[in-house]
Design a protein around this ligand. Structure first.
Ligand code: NDP
Length: 314
């Protein structure tokens, strides 16, 4: 059984920043990178809003750089997916199948995942017209027509943000009534660039491929009342059907809100279990930015380092 002072579960900007800081504190952290090493940023193409990269950087490249920087200070990555944890006593146990690791402290940075429609074509066009993040990718749709699927606050927020760039934003919703809060719904309805396509679901995503580069051209929509199919021309499709925090591992152990997001103790990264810290999107459904996740990863590392020192573990 391998023992570590710090085990970090999750490898997005929060986890890798926590790895960098705990590495520099000589704590030799072990990072479980999970099923999507690098996290959500690896499904976006260009990242233009991470400070320090005036020319922009691709999501996968940014995450590679963060990983290298953490490794330079002694962090170790395992490209494995944690299957269970036991936080009931210290040292904590982190399981990967049959393998058991123990840790004096655990930093949870398992992130959140945008809900997807479940279409084969949406994976194919992800980053090439399909996006799950308007603040990441909206800029690339200047003067183009885009669509947002969903009828909740996320969809309204994405749509309104996209009006800064796109010439037209169509919200595609499967019912005739929004789930969004009244104020957000009204804001979208009043915006001259926003149109609604009611009673519609996205059945398929179509496009072209030239020199290996895919380009979305249209969607196949289905009218949920008549079953009729239609081609709908658009340059982009944004998923606005919500996010899901990756907290299944911690149910019954860590405090969560009604949507499954972890609840850290006031203005810190402490959870309800001493020695377990949370950072990044797994505890933040409001900001959800790479830079804010990285910032909270730094906070978790400092909280963990100080807590370990108080236990006499340095
Ligand atoms: P919600 O669950 O509120 O809304 C999801 C929307 O997507 C619903 O309209 C739902 O349709 C639709 N949907 C879900 N699955 C599918 C599917 N497979 N195909 C088509 N449509 C689908 O999620 P949100 O992320 O919008 O909001 C989550 C929480 O976060 C809410 O409490 C919200 O208020 C909050 N939030 C607040 C914001 C703010 O205040 N600025 C911004 C973003 C979120 P249907 O309505 O038919 O179920």
């Amino acid at each position: 059984m391998e023992h570590r002072k710090v085990i970090i579960i999750g490898s997005g900007p929060a986890g890798l920043t926590a790895a960098l800081y705990t590495g520099r504190a000589n704590l030799a952290p072990l990072v479980f990178e999970g099923n999507q090493p690098g996290g959500q940023l690896t499904i976006t193409t260009e990242v233009e809003n991470f400070p320090g990269f005036p020319e922009g950087i691709t999501g996968p490249q940014l995450m590679d750089e963060m990983r290298k920087q953490a490794q330079r200070f002694g962090a170790e990555s395992k490209f494995e997916h944690v299957t269970a944890v036991d936080l009931s006593q210290r040292p904590f146990k982190v399981m990967v199948g049959e393998a058991v690791y123990t840790a004096d402290s655990v930093i949870v940075s398992t992130g959140a995942s945008a809900k997807l429609l479940g279409l084969e074509s949406e994976k194919e066009f992800m980053g090439y017209g399909v996006s799950a993040c308007a603040t990441c990718d909206g800029f690339f749709f200047r003067n183009q027509e885009v669509a947002v699927v969903g009828g909740g606050d996320t969809a309204m927020e994405e749509a309104l943000y996209l009006t800064k760039f796109a010439s037209k934003v169509t919200i595609i919703h499967r019912r005739g009534e929004l789930r969004a809060s009244k104020i957000m719904g009204e804001r979208a309805e009043k915006n001259g660039k926003v149109e609604f396509k009611w009673f519609s679901t996205v059945e398929d995503i179509k496009g072209t491929e030239e020199n290996g580069i895919k380009k979305l051209t249209h969607l196949v929509l289905k009218n949920t009342e008549t079953g009729e199919l239609e081609d709908f021309k658009t340059d982009g499709l944004f998923m606005g059907i919500g996010h899901r925090p990756n907290t299944d591992l911690f149910v019954g152990m860590l405090d969560m809100d009604e949507n499954g997001y972890l609840i850290p103790k006031d203005r810190s990264t402490y959870t309800n279990i001493e020695g377990v810290f949370a950072c990044g999107d797994v505890q933040d459904h409001v900001y959800r930015q790479a830079i804010s996740a990285a910032g909270s990863g730094c906070m978790a590392a400092i909280d963990a380092e100080r807590w370990l020192a108080a236990q006499g573990i340095e």
